[in-house]
Write a protein that binds this ligand. Structure first.
Ligand SMILES: [Zn+2]
Length: 602
């Protein structure tokens, strides 16, 4: 269905975000740009003075905050103007100037951390004691000085920094090979037309209702990887060796300890996730059995795991106006304060709604400290888009509350926490929709949406996390990460997760070769912990009401004022224990039972 894509100038004002709340005009952006440029040049006057006195240290930290806040506004204005129409050359220019100013500012402030690391803890403690204003920075200063045990001499650090580009070579080679040089064969699509498989097309082809299409896509993609398997083993080896090398020279026990250290996440969080999900793979096996039954196939193959189990339902279509009303109704359990922020967002034009020519694809929540938490959408009247809207508003309200309740230094939140607020909202929407639509066809559709999300986030990302951890340990133990070793290990873990009902096609053993996240150094586990925490929080909010809502709002207001694990603990979720993950798995089990029941009636 081809709908005409309008030009940016044709989009009604009420469907656009109001960026004049950041700068009233490009001219005022221009003058602030110059002011920030000057401010950047002033950073040097603090160099070598941080240890002089409490006042001097405070001035430097306040200066840095001011520079970062003002720079961020300059930056987000230019980048959002650019995103709304990437073909607009005026904003292409503003955006690239903002980018280079950002890297200039970051270089200008880079002396601060090493200089602070050289100041004795006692001196910092005395200064913090002397100055009430400096006390605000106590947690931030602690985060920096904690790094001392894993910081090398200036000379060694400089050498490491210089070697960065060389150490990144494997990751770069993987990126270029996978994205630019790799070509997949062409296959016939559902209509008998020849299409060339691409990364973007692979997902939709794998979801095809025509089994021949998804099988051809699957087999052809993995035959392509198989032909280059030794090369991919080599790029992955390079990455794992980099992680292990950095961990070793920085005096960590292993790469995992090094990776979780920066956010003060205990290693047990990662370990507990692997163990708890690993002990409950029978739930995924049950899901696989149901899938085989619903698809009514003699053998369920890996390429049958993504095709939808439930046909689309026409009732689940929402105009943007309808979606706004559903969002407010579904998130009502979060209380009046929360809902009033949502309304403010809709009324004050935080959201850039419709698609236009040249607009950046997808969706995000952005802005910076001191601006509204804007949302970019490319609206279509689907259930997926409704989920996207509540998801992005989860980020935006989180940002709004953090920025309005924390000083600039703590006015952001880490990746470990980032997806929790958004996913909590998704859980509340699922609950609302299931209570609102009694028709079983619709119920089945919504539950299926939830189950597939859970499968892809909790089970699949934990499966990735397990593989990633195993190969780091294997390399550390001196084992060669050959294509054969990686394939056998990956195949075995896949078998453990999906169980005996699935026919484990040979090709799935090569999947490790195409996953970019294995180059992200212990990143993926956070998807699974975030989803689990969100699931627990939504349960608390729905069953406990007011006290749970109060704890949740405290969490949203905390930003970076404490370590992420402690911020979550205060909200009633202790990720150092198995409980939140077990609770999330229970929700999955309940929904799975509901789904089995509906399917049994068919
Ligand atoms: Zn998100």
């Amino acid at each position: 269905m081809a709908t005409k894509v309008v030009l940016r100038t044709e989009v009604p004002v009420e469907d656009t975000w109001d960026l004049t709340t950041i700068f009233t005009s490009d001219e005022s952006w221009e003058s602030e740009f110059k002011a920030v440029q000057q401010l950047t040049d002033e950073a040097v006057r603090f160099k070598g003075t941080l240890a002089e006195s409490a006042d001097q240290l405070l001035s430097a930290l306040q200066f840095s905050d001011e520079l970062v806040v003002r720079l961020s506004k300059v930056y987000v204005y230019a980048s959002m103007k650019h995103d709304q129409d990437t073909g607009n050359t005026v904003y292409q220019a503003l955006n690239s100037r903002a980018e280079s100013l950002a890297s200039k500012a970051s270089a200008a402030l880079s002396f601060m951390e090493p200089e602070l690391l050289a100041v004795a803890d006692e001196t910092i403690a005395t200064y913090v004691y002397e100055s009430a204003q400096l006390r605000v920075y106590a947690h931030e200063l602690e985060k920096i000085t904690n790094k001392r045990a894993h910081t090398l001499s200036d000379k060694e650090e400089a050498l490491l920094a210089k070697a960065g580009e060389v150490l990144n070579a494997s990751q770069n080679t993987f990126g270029i090979l996978n994205n630019a040089d790799l070509r997949f064969p062409s296959i016939e699509d559902e209509n008998g037309e020849t299409v060339e498989i691409t990364h973007g097309l692979y997902g939709p082809l794998l979801e095809s209702k025509d089994r021949r299409v998804r099988r051809d896509a699957f087999q052809n993609v993995y035959q392509t990887y198989k032909a280059l398997l030794n090369t991919f083993a080599s790029t992955l080896t390079g990455q794992i060796k980099e992680d292990n090398f950095r961990a070793e020279v920085k005096q960590f026990t292993d790469a995992r300890e090094a990776a979780v250290f920066s956010n003060n996440i205990p290693q047990t969080v990662h370990q507990t996730l692997l163990e708890t999900v690993g002990n409950n793979v029978d739930l995924l096996h049950r899901y696989v059995r149901l899938r085989k039954q619903v698809l009514a196939v003699d053998e369920l193959h890996v390429y049958d795991l993504y095709t939808p189990l439930v046909a689309d339902v026409d009732e689940l279509s929402f105009t943007y106006e309808e979606a706004k009303a559903v969002t407010i109704a579904a998130l009502a359990p979060l209380g009046e304060e929360y809902v009033s922020i949502l309304k403010e967002g809709f009324d004050k034009r935080w959201v850039d709604v419709v698609e236009n020519k040249g607009k950046r694809s997808g969706a995000y929540s952005g802005g910076s400290y001191g601006t509204n938490p804007f949302i970019l959408l490319n609206w279509h009247d689907t259930l997926d888009n409704l989920y996207t809207l509540v998801h992005e508003f989860g980020h935006s309200v989180h940002s709004y509350l953090t920025r309005n309740n924390q000083p600039a230094v703590y006015g952001d939140y880490t990746i470990f926490l980032a997806e929790i607020a958004s996913t909590t909202n998704e859980n509340l929407l699922t609950d609302y929709l299931l209570k609102t639509y009694e028709d079983e066809k619709i119920q089945a559709y919504i539950i299926n949406h939830f189950l597939d999300g859970f499968k892809g986030t909790v089970f699949r990302q934990t499966q990735f996390a397990e593989f990633e951890h195993e190969i780091h340990l294997a390399d550390q133990a001196g084992k060669a990460l050959t294509a054969e070793f990686l394939t056998e290990l990956y195949y075995g873990i896949n078998k453990k997760y999906y169980g005996d009902t699935l026919v484990h096609d040979e090709e799935i053993g090569y999947e490790w070769a195409r996953i970019p996240h294995f180059y992200y150094n212990y990143y993926v586990y956070q998807y699974a912990t975030g989803f689990s925490a969100a699931s627990a929080l939504a349960q608390h909010i729905l069953t406990e009401g007011e006290p749970a809502v109060a704890r949740y709002l405290t969490f949203l207001k905390a930003g970076n004022s404490d370590y992420p694990i402690d911020v979550l603990k205060a909200a009633g979720v202790d990720m150092t224990t198995a409980k939140p993950i077990e609770d999330a798995l229970k929700v999955f089990e309940t929904r799975l039972s509901e789904f089995e029941e509906i399917m049994a009636k068919k």
